[in-house]
Design a protein around this ligand. Structure first.
Ligand code: COA
Length: 165
């Protein structure tokens, strides 16, 4: 018997942006601002949110994803899951939804970039069939920490081929 997914997905709406921007700010060192999310929505780029299926939960997103696509190629621009909800398959569901949408648009390749230090995301992408295809040296700014001065870090470029049905 199949288990019920922990979340349901729907396209991102402007009304989601307060929560999505708050999550993005919590999850990323250099987060997207509201305007960037708005522009993606205005351009009707792929953008999804995950809503909890738990009883008494409201419509507050616990995960989200934004991509851009065109000319047979797509980029996964940002993806995040609330820290309390991570490791329960939510990002996997969001990615599967994106892949279905891109396949219907005849997209053949999906690219993304990730900080070299982001082990969780790299683990996720490798588990989901992405392979590393390049490195952008010193691509990201790395904010100062109590132990280290501000610096730069590499961006790793990953790609996944999409099969067409
Ligand atoms: C990366 C991220 C989106 C993954 O979301 P998630 O919902 O926890 O991922 P899932 O539960 O769908 O994980 C699916 C599989 O990916 C891999 N994976 C996920 N998180 C991992 C981690 N921290 N370390 C290693 N592998 C991981 C595992 O194989 C996992 O399957 P398993 O739990 O059965 O072992 C989440 O960690 C996050 O929001 N990180 C902060 C934002 C971010 O860095 N986004 C990516 C920017 S490029």
């Amino acid at each position: 018997m199949e288990s019920t997914p922990a979340v349901r997905l729907r396209p991102m709406q402007v009304d989601d942006l307060d929560t999505v921007v708050a999550l993005e700010t919590q999850l990323f060192e250099t987060p997207w601002d509201r305007l960037r999310f708005r522009r993606s929505l205005e351009r009707q780029q792929p953008a999804w949110v995950a809503l909890s299926n738990a009883p008494q939960q409201d419509e507050t997103p616990v995960g989200y994803l934004v991509a851009s696509s065109g000319a047979g190629v797509a980029d996964l621009l940002t993806i995040g899951v609330s820290p309390q909800c991570q490791r329960s398959g939510i990002a996997a569901q969001l990615l599967a939804q994106l892949l279905t949408q891109l396949q219907s648009q005849q997209v053949q390749e999906l690219f993304l970039e990730v900080r070299a230090s982001n082990e969780a995301a790299i683990g996720f992408y490798r588990a989901k069939g992405f392979e590393q295809v390049g490195v952008r040296r010193n691509y990201y700014r790395r904010p100062a920490t109590p132990d280290e001065a501000e610096g730069r870090e590499d961006g790793l470029l990953f790609k996944r081929e999409l099969t067409q049905s």
